[in-house]
Design a protein around this ligand. Structure first.
Ligand SMILES: NC(=O)c1ccc[n+]([C@@H]2O[C@H](COP(=O)([O-])OP(=O)(O)OC[C@H]3O[C@@H](n4cnc5c(N)ncnc54)[C@H](OP(=O)(O)O)[C@@H]3O)[C@@H](O)[C@H]2O)c1
Length: 307
């Protein structure tokens, strides 16, 4: 497609996006530039993907002249990086943020430009190109630009477009979702072990069962209840197990989990916006950014654990 792309923050998500972009030939390696804080990480990415990975002091240089600028730093760093790049980023560039809980309106207000801004919520399986990403765009985004964003995340799994107001629910469902499924996987493995299977056998059978069941839902497009019914023989083993799951309220637990996580996502978003606005009004803004960031980094790690 011949795009010029910058990725600010080449950690887990930024690094996965970098790989997806290069592998899918959305941009040639010489047209991709990333920045990251760690020298070792920069060298590693340069070696794997043959792209330039600059130190964070070169964020401004990385942004200049790119079609798409991807912001993949931790949420508490976002204000600092936006302030850094705001006078080099131009209205005809696309800004794509993956920072959890940072609203588009905040990004627009710091940049102070009428420019296309997308906010995406990917999940961690982007690392293995099986991510689930939801994206919202502001009023200046065009259908052609949506196609570019679709191709970026499409290289790393599936992508859907939603209204920004739905991103809390997305965070609760697919953002936190891998953790729910890991818990289910762990428990099934333990069930197998309780019944005498080895760790290795139980793990292999469980991972493939989860993968296969998900694939059947996706490929047949059948309602999961229909698929479940097909494997539930009257008087058999599956109905006996399903009865146990109903008795312990598995479905109700999962529904409540998504509901509670949505609420928590809203609270975190409101807190982040409040913290950012305090930061903006505090005297000696640049210094208070640094000390504020240090304090908030613990909070951000805690938030990451909650997601
Ligand atoms: N991980 C997920 O499942 C997930 C899901 C959805 C959304 N997100 C969002 O994606 C963003 C990145 O998350 P992540 O898990 O990829 O975090 P991460 O692995 O910590 O990546 C962030 C990277 O940015 C670097 N960095 C720090 N300061 C920078 C600066 N001023 N300029 C450029 N780069 C800088 C960091 O370097 P150092 O580590 O050396 O500081 C780190 O490598 C976050 O905003 C998060 O909310 C993550």
């Amino acid at each position: 497609m011949g795009l010029k792309i910058a990725i600010l923050g080449a950690g887990n998500i930024g690094g996965a996006l970098l790989g997806g972009i290069v592998k899918s030939h959305l941009a040639e390696p010489q047209d991709v530039v990333a920045t990251d804080a760690r020298e070792e990480r920069r060298r590693e990415l340069e070696e794997i993907w043959k792209v330039r990975v600059l130190p964070t002091s070169d964020n401004r240089q990385a942004v200049a002249g790119r079609d798409v600028v991807i912001l993949a730093v931790k949420p508490n760093i976002v204000p600092k990086v936006l302030e850094e790049i705001r006078d080099v980023i131009k209205q005809d560039q696309i800004l794509l943020s993956v920072a959890a809980a940072v609203p588009i309106s905040f990004i627009e207000s710091v940049l102070g430009k009428r420019m296309p801004v997308f906010r995406a919520m990917p999940n961690i399986p982007v690392l293995v190109e099986e991510g689930a990403t939801a994206v919202a765009g502001n009023q200046f985004t065009t259908p052609e630009q949506r196609k570019i964003i679709e191709r970026i995340f499409g290289a790393l799994g599936c992508v859907v477009f939603v209204d920004e107001s739905q991103l809390d629910a997305v965070t609760a469902l697919s953002g936190s979702g891998p953790a729910y499924i890991y818990t289910v996987i762990e428990a099934l493995i333990d069930g197998g072990k309780k019944m005498g299977l080895s760790q290795e056998v139980a793990t292999r059978l469980t991972e493939q069962t989860v993968l296969g069941a998900a694939k059947l839902v996706r490929e047949t497009k059948l309602h999961p209840a229909v698929l479940r019914d097909e494997v539930t023989t009257p008087g058999g083993t599956t109905i006996a197990a399903l009865h146990e799951l109903e008795k312990h309220g598995l479905r109700s637990m999962l529904i409540s989990a998504v509901e509670t996580a949505t609420q928590r996502s809203k609270e975190i978003r409101e807190q982040i916006v409040q913290d950012f606005s305090k930061q903006a009004t505090a005297p000696a803004a640049s210094n208070s950014h640094r000390s504020g960031s240090a304090k908030r980094s613990t909070k951000a790690r805690a938030k990451k654990r909650q997601r």
